[in-house]
Design a protein around this ligand. Structure first.
Ligand SMILES: [Zn+2]
Length: 245
């Protein structure tokens, strides 16, 4: 009987390990998403700089087209001025030429602004390229480590499950069935609980001295009246995770 209780405790430890490893494995996709999001957030500044550089280039091209058109208008006005035959035509040509030259001047200023914006963005991009590459390399390393962790956890789970099967199959069928039944029912899945200081350590129910004595002898399966877990008494060198004091 005592050997079977020891096996039950081993079984429970294995089940606990499997649950813990499974929880770790399940947390990995979340962690992966966090790593990727963190990179995107940090690299977003870089991406924004690339956008503003491209925008400056596009705007400048548009302004240059408009400038060419405006200069043509000014030349047209100059020719109209030369060809003017009366006061009205003369005044209109002067006005048209002045307006075109004023607009050209404004466009030239705007073009210079866009050139400056382009240069500033380009400079900032060049300054940050190495940093972004570093961030990318860091992210890749973190993701690779995470994948390695996932592989290791999966292998550990498989090994612990196989060991669990071995221990479970070595138990008498009824004992195994009892363990599974209790484990499926109780919160946390721990079917076996230590009896210590005259109480069940799982539910803290006080155990009568004669029940405590039975548990101490370990000759039969004693179930906690309150939580229905299988009780065991830990000797000085316990097999359980909780050491007796
Ligand atoms: Zn109990």
């Amino acid at each position: 009987m005592k050997a079977e209780l020891t096996q039950l405790i081993t079984l429970q430890n294995l089940d606990t390990n499997v649950r813990r490893l499974e929880a770790e494995l399940e947390a990995i996709p979340q962690r992966r998403a966090e790593i990727e999001k963190e990179f995107e957030q940090r690299a977003s500044e870089f991406l924004a700089l690339e956008n503003s550089r491209d925008e400056a280039r596009t705007t400048r091209a548009r302004l240059e087209t408009e400038l060419a058109e405006t200069r043509t208008k000014a030349e047209h006005a100059d020719r109209a001025l030369m060809a003017a035959t009366n006061e009205k035509e003369y005044t209109a040509a002067i006005r048209e030429g002045d307006a075109a030259r004023k607009h050209s001047s404004e466009l030239e200023t705007k073009i210079l602004e866009q050139m400056e914006a382009f240069d500033n963005a380009e400079k900032a991009i060049n300054e940050r390229t190495a940093d972004v590459e570093k961030l990318r390399a860091e992210r890749d390393a973190q993701l690779a480590a995470l994948e390695e962790q996932a592989r290791a956890r999966a292998a550990q789970i498989e090994a612990q499950r196989q060991e669990r099967e071995r221990v479970f199959n070595a138990l008498p069928k009824q004992m195994g069935a009892l363990y599974n039944r209790i484990s499926a029912r109780v919160r946390g899945g721990n079917a076996v609980a230590e009896a210590r200081n005259s109480s069940c350590t799982a539910c803290h129910m006080t155990l009568r001295p004669q029940v405590m004595a039975q548990i101490r002898r370990g000759e039969e399966v004693i179930i906690c009246d309150n939580c229905a877990r299988i009780l065991y008494y830990a000797q000085a060198a316990p097999q359980a995770t909780q050491a007796a004091t």
